[in-house]
Ligand binder design. Structure first.
Ligand code: SF4
Ligand code: SF4
Length: 129
């Protein structure tokens, strides 16, 4: 059963309309568990009897993430085409949505720079950097 917190729309596009999920080639999988224990979104379960990784919640997968494929020592994890994802980004207004999110999220997303005056005071007071 998907967790609704992990299947939110992606920049306005319903998650179920995005073909992005890992596929495990069981012939290559050596059962090491790196993907299962490393994914923070509970996409995988582990079949202890067969010693294989199993994709159980594909919609939990973070769109665009390929971490589990990168760390799999056997190259057993694959993903849909990146070209198709880039097409979706173009066609579904993802960039415009991200721009809006940046505007709305200024307080949360903005870079915090140190106050120039406090940095100067610190050096002056201490005598040394
Ligand atoms: S990381 Fe690769 S080899 Fe290891 S369990 Fe996952 S799919 Fe199998
Ligand atoms: S790509 Fe990232 S989010 Fe998706 S299953 Fe792999 S590690 Fe988890």
């Amino acid at each position: 059963m998907p967790d609704p917190r992990l299947t939110q729309p992606w920049h306005g596009v319903p998650r179920e309309e995005i073909d992005w999920r890992p596929v495990v080639d069981e012939g290559l999988c050596n059962g090491c568990g790196v993907c299962v224990t490393g994914c923070g979104r509970a996409v995988f379960a582990y079949d202890y009897e067969r010693e294989k990784a199993v994709v159980v919640e594909p919609l939990h997968c973070m769109v665009g993430c390929v971490t589990c494929a990168n760390v799999c020592p056997e190259g057993a994890v694959s993903f849909p085409s990146l070209d198709a994802l880039r097409e979706l980004i173009q066609e579904r207004g993802v960039v415009a949505a991200a721009r809006r999110e940046l505007e709305e999220g200024r307080a949360r997303l903005g870079l915090r720079r140190p106050e120039p005056s406090s940095a100067g005071n610190h050096i002056a007071e201490g005598g040394q950097p």
